[in-house]
Design a protein around this ligand. Structure first.
Ligand code: ZN
Length: 193
C-alpha cells in the first residue's frame, strides 16, 4: 500500500525517533510496514525513506538506489558522486560512525521537502552498525553517494533535515536546478556558494 510522505512542518520530522524492540522487529506488522515503505519509495521515486517520513517516530529506514535511476546522469557525474547501485536493504536502530575527515558537496533533495534541492556537505566515508529486518546485526562501510544516503536517512531518525546542513544560498527549486544548474554545478557553486 502506498503511504503518504509527510512534508516539512510535520512535528514527527523534528523528533528523535525511538529504537525498535526485538519483539517489535519480529512482529508481522513491521514486515508489512517495510513492504509499504518500499512501494512508496519506488513510486516517489527516491533512494531512501525513513519511518518519520511516513509519520512513524521509529528508528527504521530503507535504502535502494536502482541502476535505472542512474540513466539521467552522465558517466562523469556518476563518477564524481561515486554513485553506484545499492540493493534494497532495511536499517533498524542504526549507529553512524564517520570514517573520513573530508566532506564533499553536492546537491541533494528530500521527499519531505518536495520540489527543492540544495548543496549539502557530507562525509565521504561512513560505517553504520544496524539491525536488518530479521533483527540480525549488520555492519556496512560505505563511500560516496551511498554514504550520503546513509547520512541523510540517519539524520531523519534524529529529527534533522538536509536544510539544516545545506549552504542556504544554493537552495532552489528542482525545476530550476534541472533547467539551469545541473550541468553547471561549478558555476552554481560560484554564484550561490
Ligand atoms: Zn529526506
Amino acid at each position: 500500500m502506498k503511504l503518504e510522505i509527510v512534508q516539512a512542518g510535520d512535528p514527527v520530522l523534528r523528533q528523535l525517533a525511538r529504537p525498535l524492540l526485538a519483539d517489535e522487529i519480529a512482529a508481522p506488522g513491521l514486515q508489512q510496514t517495510i513492504a509499504d515503505m518500499l512501494e512508496t519509495l519506488r513510486l516517489a521515486p527516491g533512494v531512501g525513506l525513513a519511518a518519520p517520513q511516513i509519520g512513524l517516530g521509529l528508528q527504521l529506514a530503507i535504502i535502494e538506489d536502482r541502476p535505472q535511476y542512474h540513466a539521467a546522469w552522465t558517466p562523469e557525474q556518476l563518477r564524481a558522486r561515486q554513485r553506484r547501485p545499492v540493493d534494497f536493504h532495511v536499517l533498524i536502530n542504526p549507529e553512524l560512525e564517520i570514517d573520513s575527515h573530508s566532506q564533499v558537496e553536492f546537491f541533494e533533495g528530500c521527499l519531505s521537502v518536495a520540489g527543492y534541492t540544495a548543496e549539502v556537505g557530507r562525509h565521504c566515508r561512513v560505517r553504520v552498525r544496524y539491525l536488518d529486518q530479521h533483527g540480525e546485526k549488520q555492519v556496512v562501510e560505505a563511500e560516496g553517494w551511498y554514504a550520503r544516503i546513509l547520512q541523510h536517512e540517519i539524520d531523519h531518525l534524529n529529527g534533522t533535515l538536509y536544510i539544516d546542513r545545506m549552504k542556504p544560498r544554493t537552495f532552489m527549486s528542482l525545476a530550476n536546478y534541472q533547467d539551469r544548474w545541473r550541468n553547471a554545478e561549478d558555476e552554481a557553486r560560484r554564484i550561490f556558494g
